[in-house]
Design a protein around this ligand. Structure first.
Ligand code: FAD
Ligand code: 2HG
Ligand code: ZN
Length: 477
């Protein structure tokens, strides 16, 4: 039985559970929690709740479930699709996981750690290093995103080609369900075939099925040899061929393979201090690639150099610079990781986070960029990203001197063309950033009807009152 209550009763209930200091209601205190990183959405909330334990999360959800108050889980608030922002009604609460930030255990022998949802990703990378292990999840936002948000979005990032997405790094989860029950399956087992894989449901659910409070995560041997190159490839098709050549020549040691177009080099060198041209000439497409090995004795520089020479002889590339030292390696990465910020400083942009079967990438880029050149003279295509995973950030910026509002006014039309081409080529309209609020209609349009029916059935089963992040991923019932 559930019943709506007045705001006053709700706030008194929250204060009883977490104490008055952990219930933010002052506009200034709530403001940072009420809009998303890209400033696409500005919401309102009854309160921002900052529980300090799993028990408090459980009691809060039980209370919200009983009183029909929508709950919006929030981690580092770096998400790209507005998933962590409440709606405009002022009747939802933001549930910040920031205070659940304890590393519960780390086990170098088992190559695993158990971390609470609010742990910053960069801190977990450091904790792994401290026991001589490696946690491979790596994103440009790692200094501010939280592992709970990474799990909520099933984040990808820079090392997916070797280690997989966040889901692939999970051994177990602790989740508070909508009614307050705690699903505790923090096992650190590599093998466990005891029924349905429930944890897989919560990873990538963007807070619509429950609140992840902790996860047990895989660790790996630390990379001890590393080689990095910035390579001018002849074309997108050549980049794909180069990836396969490198994988073979290196015994599958490719850990990053990122596409960087000339326009991104131009934007980052202009907007971001300390970024410089990595190659002497200018080429339409470059790749930042990295080989890593846990064997310190592996001569990866020689391996990479030989493979690149072979690729050059085969006509795949025009030029390449191998990082000669840590400073140069960091400079290559700074360029790559600054692209989103440089794009932001340049002005309005339309973003499409898409994935394609890797063999279809070149055809897609030719078709989609051809359409943009023909129909959007005021736009500059900035297509970059995790090409090794078939994932491109197929973004479009307003050209200098043009009216950015005009480009923005055509966002829906451009999105339709890009997503239709993605679908026609067997791709996905969200590779790594999720659906959030931004792509709810797009998911409804492109997902197979049976998939949507099953998703709704799962949502009803786990959250019958529809309190978990209402209106995200799926339309509210
Ligand atoms: P939030 O933004 O707070 O939340 C994201 C979603 O997860 C929301 O729906 C929220 O409700 C839900 N959520 C949060 N915590 C929980 C929880 N404990 N339980 C259940 N649900 C929860 N993303 C990539 O995938 N790859 C990249 O390479 C990448 N690079 C980025 C670079 C920059 C500069 C920036 C700003 C962002 C980048 N992102 C990238 C996007 C973003 O950082 C990721 O989506 C990240 O995983 C979000 O984590 P967060 O803690 O900020 O989550
Ligand atoms: C990246 O890979 C992020 O840098 C951001 O996923 C992508 O801003 C973007 O479009
Ligand atoms: Zn990305």
């Amino acid at each position: 039985m559930s019943a709506a209550v007045t705001d006053k009763v709700a706030l008194a209930g929250f204060r009883r559970i977490v104490g008055p200091d952990a219930v933010l209601t002052a506009p200034d205190a709530m403001a940072p929690f009420l809009s998303d990183h890209r400033k696409l959405y500005e919401g309102a909330a009854l309160a921002v709740l900052r529980p300090g334990s799993v028990e408090e999360v459980s009691q809060l959800l039980a209370f919200c479930n009983g009183t029909q108050i929508g709950v919006v889980p929030q981690g580092g608030n770096t998400g790209y699709c507005g998933g962590a922002t409440p709606d405009e009604s002022g009747r939802q609460v933001v549930l910040s996981l920031a205070r659940l930030a304890r590393l519960r255990s780390i086990d170098a022998t088992n190559n695993s750690m158990v971390a609470e949802a609010g742990c910053l990703l960069a801190n977990l990378q450091r904790e792994a290093e401290a026991v001589d292990r490696y946690f491979p999840l790596s994103l440009g936002s790692e200094g501010s995103c939280q592992i709970g948000g990474n799990l909520g979005t099933n984040a990808g990032g820079l090392n997916v080609v070797r280690y997989g997405m966040t889901r692939d790094l999970v051994l177990g989860l602790e989740v508070v369900l909508a009614d307050g029950r705690v699903l505790s399956s923090l096992g650190e087992l590599r093998k466990d075939n005891t029924g349905y894989d429930l944890k897989a449901l919560f990873v990538g659910a963007e807070g619509t099925l429950g609140v992840i409070t902790a996860a047990s995560l895989k660790l790996f041997p630390r990379p001890r040899a590393i080689a990095t190159a910035f390579v001018a490839v002849r074309s997108v098709a050549a980049a794909v061929d180069l990836l396969n050549l490198l994988r073979e020549a290196s015994g599958d040691r490719v850990s990053s393979f990122e596409l960087v177009p000339q326009v991104a080099i131009e934007l980052t060198t202009r907007h971001i201090s300390g970024v410089s041209q990595p190659l002497a000439g200018e080429y339409p497409w470059c790749v930042l690639c990295e080989l890593t090995s846990a064997r310190a004795a592996d001569d990866l520089d020689a391996m990479l150099e030989n493979a690149l020479r072979e690729a050059m002889d085969g006509g795949l590339l025009d030029d390449a610079a191998l990082a000669q030292n840590e400073r140069q390696r960091a400079a290559f990465w700074r360029l790559r990781e600054s692209i989103p910020e440089a794009q932001r400083r340049e002005g309005a942009s339309l973003k499409h986070d898409i994935a394609l079967p890797i063999g279809a990438l070149a055809r897609f880029v030719a078709e989609a960029s051809g359409w943009i050149a023909a129909h959007l003279p005021e736009a500059v295509l900035v297509a970059y990203g995790h090409v090794g995973d078939g994932n491109l950030h197929f973004n479009v910026n307003a050209r200098a001197g043009t009216d950015p509002l005009h480009l923005v006014s055509r966002a829906d039309e451009v999105q339709r063309v890009v997503h239709d081409l993605v679908a026609a080529n067997g791709g996905s309209i969200s590779a790594e950033h999720g659906i959030g609020r931004l792509k709810v209609d797009e998911l409804a349009r492109y997902a197979p009807p049976v998939k949507l029916e099953l998703m709704r059935a799962i949502k009803r089963a786990l959250d019958p009152n529809g309190i978990m992040n209402p209106g995200k991923v799926l339309h509210s019932a």
